[in-house]
Design a protein around this ligand. Structure first.
Ligand code: SAM
Length: 202
């Protein structure tokens, strides 16, 4: 088994199957993101770590003008077939290929889980840079509990994931001068946190 593949390598193998688990991915957010999707109407929005566009498609339906950034060309290829009006950009969330103050909103769902601890601050800093003044960042920080073992016929593999504790993410954002508009912890019956929906204002 290949363990802890980097996202570009891992998602090249997983891209065509990712959408089969859409309901599972949705379950991390429950309805936590819905009000912010509605707010995106008529806005210029970046979906950072967009993948196959699970969130980009919802943003499009809500009437946003969407740019989808991802490090995996294979994930973006799926998105391009599904929702051609989304502008796709291949690139790294840690070094976004955009000028300053381009977007009214940045969404990033379930992508930060692939960043190492020391990459959270540079990522939030990039989000801050590309947001317009008064812009909003909507983050879904998921709790990764055990490696998801995938199998594509070439064998088993996992993609590298890291947990970022909600308090730490919030404190890092505040250090960068973000204001906290909303900080919701989504839990399961056993009270274990499933995800954090953190909405930050520039
Ligand atoms: C679990 S998927 C989430 C996709 C989508 N946001 C969603 O909610 O369904 C994680 C995505 O983050 C992307 N990703 C991971 N690290 C990245 C980085 N440094 N820059 C850009 N994209 C990255 C992966 O390629 C993958 O498409």
């Amino acid at each position: 088994m290949k363990r802890g593949l980097d996202p570009k390598t891992g998602y090249a193998r997983y891209a065509l199957e990712y959408d089969d688990r859409e309901r599972f991915w949705d379950s991390f957010e429950k309805d936590g993101v819905k009000p912010f999707l509605l707010e995106s109407e008529g806005k210029k929005v970046l979906d950072a770590g967009a993948g196959t566009g699970r969130v980009s498609v919802k943003l499009c339906k809500a009437g946003a003008e969407v740019t989808a950034l991802d490090i995996s060309p294979d994930m973006l290829a799926v998105l391009e077939r599904k929702q051609p009006e989304v502008e796709t950009v291949l690139g790294d969330m840690l070094d976004m290929p955009f000028p300053d103050e381009q977007f009214d909103m940045v969404f990033s769902s379930m992508a930060m889980v692939h960043l190492k601890k020391n990459e959270v601050e540079p990522f939030l800093d990039e989000c801050y840079r590309v947001l317009k003044d008064d812009g909003k960042l909507v983050l879904v920080n998921i709790h990764y509990r055990k490696p998801q073992v995938l199998n594509d016929g070439q064998g088993q593999y996992t993609i590298a994931c890291y947990n970022h504790f909600p308090r730490h993410v919030r404190q890092t954002a505040e250090k960068l001068a973000f204001g906290v508009e909303h900080d919701e912890i989504i839990t399961e019956g056993d009270d274990i946190w499933v995800s954090q929906v953190l909405v930050l204002k520039k």
